[in-house]
Ligand binder design. Structure first.
Ligand SMILES: O=C(O)CCC(=O)C(=O)O
Ligand SMILES: [Fe+2]
Length: 372
């Protein structure tokens, strides 16, 4: 399948190592593995997840996604998500700004709502093309179910480590309630000519929701490690998912969990000549959940917030999960772009992430205090 398989990631390109977390050990309650997950979620906010048991579901999603992407553009445009902050359906290439100059992204994706997948054939948010609906029961729903299980388990472990009463985060992410949770297949075109490091295919961002379960086959994903201004590739490892924390978990935890900046640029070396596909399941809080630090439920979170600068603005944005998502999706569209200030209006917790040095030392202090 084009872009799903390709030449190997080059050996001589520097990469940022991620901790490898074993999902089966996490499920078994292994103490060391739980500590490793906690380190990964608090320090970088990204980790590899092995033994997640979703390989077959992931393969089937890639195949379906590539069948969809091969459709004529006019067919895909029937399902475009539009300019009003809707995040379900097709997003065409070039409709989003990637920077303050208004350069265009070069990523297209198809987002299937968790609510639509679980309720199918009932329509909760919108309809999807036949290539998707024909595989809703056999491909999309199994992938959604598996992703919900994996992300739900990881969120449960983080709930305990954050000192929250059992089930607190689970209740905020109840699959039975409406949310912005989506399964997304992404395609970027091959790169022709030299790699322009400044021209991201997918803008530098933090994820809008709570926890992302990402599947990469070809390189291109980069992270901005804390305390640096140097982007580094993440090497795709066969059978390993890449998980990362998003804005809502950063806010719920009073900044203890890290929602780290990342972007997609052309893959390195020979891989750049190939189309690139990736697949993500985004777990997001239920639409009506208010985004706020859970200080009343955990002394650890209360201590972290007490120590954090700008706590009120950062951890009490005064919006629901749905409003946060809609703002970020809508304000990134070029149709709303009016210059550098409007570009900033789509940002999430990355405003603070860009002050990497300040934030890292403060947050390390919070984590140290919490761990003591
Ligand atoms: O394609 C990737 O590797 C990353 C995608 C991503 O960061 C996103 O869709 O939020
Ligand atoms: Fe992302």
């Amino acid at each position: 399948m084009p872009g799903i398989v390709g030449p190997p990631f080059p050996e001589d390109v520097p990469t940022h190592p991620l901790l490898v977390v074993d999902y089966q050990l996490i499920k078994a309650g292994d103490h060391d593995e739980t500590e490793k997950l906690w380190r990964a979620a608090t320090q970088l906010g990204f980790w590899y997840l092995k033994n997640h048991g979703a390989d077959a579901e992931v393969d089937a999603m890639f195949e379906m996604g590539s069948d969809f992407m091969e459709l004529p553009i006019d067919d895909k445009m029937q399902f475009e998500q539009g300019d009003n902050g809707a995040s379900f359906g097709y997003k065409a290439r070039g409709v989003n700004a990637i920077d303050e100059k208004g350069n265009r992204d070069s990523t297209e994706f198809i987002n299937v709502s968790k609510d639509d997948a679980l309720a199918f054939p009932e329509v909760v948010h919108r309809t999807y093309p036949g290539i998707l609906t024909a595989r809703m029961d056999t491909v999309i729903r199994p992938f959604v179910d598996k992703s919900l299980e994996v992300n739900g388990t990881l969120i449960g472990v983080l709930n305990t480590k954050l000192g929250l009463p059992e089930g607190t985060l689970a209740q905020l992410h109840n699959p039975a309630e409406r949310s912005g949770c989506v399964a997304r297949v992404i395609r970027t075109p091959p790169k022709d000519g030299p790699i322009d490091d400044e021209k991201a295919m997918l803008a530098a961002h933090t994820d809008f929701g709570s926890l992302s379960f990402l599947h990469n086959r070809i390189g291109g994903l980069q992270v901005l490690p804390p305390g640096t201004d140097k982007w580094q590739y993440v090497r795709p490892l066969p059978g390993h998912a890449i998980c990362n924390i998003g804005d809502s978990m950063h806010i719920f935890s009073g900044g203890i969990l890290r929602s780290n900046m990342h972007r997609v640029i052309p893959p390195p070396g020979e891989q750049a000549k190939f189309e690139r596909y990736s697949l993500v399941y985004f777990t997001r809080a239920s639409d009506s959940v208010e985004l706020r630090a859970l200080v009343d439920d955990s002394p650890l979170i209360a201590a972290a917030v007490a120590d954090a600068p700008n706590a009120q603005a950062r951890f009490w944005p005064g919006v629901s999960a749905q409003e946060w998502l809609q703002r970020r999706v809508r304000n990134q569209r070029l149709s709303h772009f009016k210059g550098p200030e409007s570009f900033k209006s789509w940002m999430g917790t990355e405003d603070v992430s860009s002050m990497v040095k300040t934030r890292t030392s403060v947050e390390s202090a919070a984590v140290r205090q919490v761990a003591a």
